[in-house]
Design a protein. Sequence first.
Length: 123
Amino acid sequence: MSTCTDTSLPSSRNESWGFWGTMGGYASVAWPLAMTAISDATGQPLEDVRAFLDSRFGRHFADEVRNGQHHGQTLADAVKQATADWTRRKASGRVARDYGIPRGESHLLGFVVVTASCEDYEG
């Protein structure tokens, strides 16, 4: 399994919180899995995915990964499942209003784009 020593992947800028902090001892293995799964699912650049994972939304994404692990999924499968779930979820009127994500857009793509364009979502 790959680790964060892959220099082609941006490193977390928020190791105490966000996805990295929530993943704890699994972070170095989970980071490249999540970075590539989310980039592949959204078509967004890795720098934008890093902004998402470092944000509070990345922490929520990590919570879902950890829940999958708790229910017996491997780390890789838990990342895949969380990615699929966030892609399947669509922005409602409230999400559209509060975050500017177009109604009906996937949560994953929407929050990757929003966090990449705004530093207010860190932590």
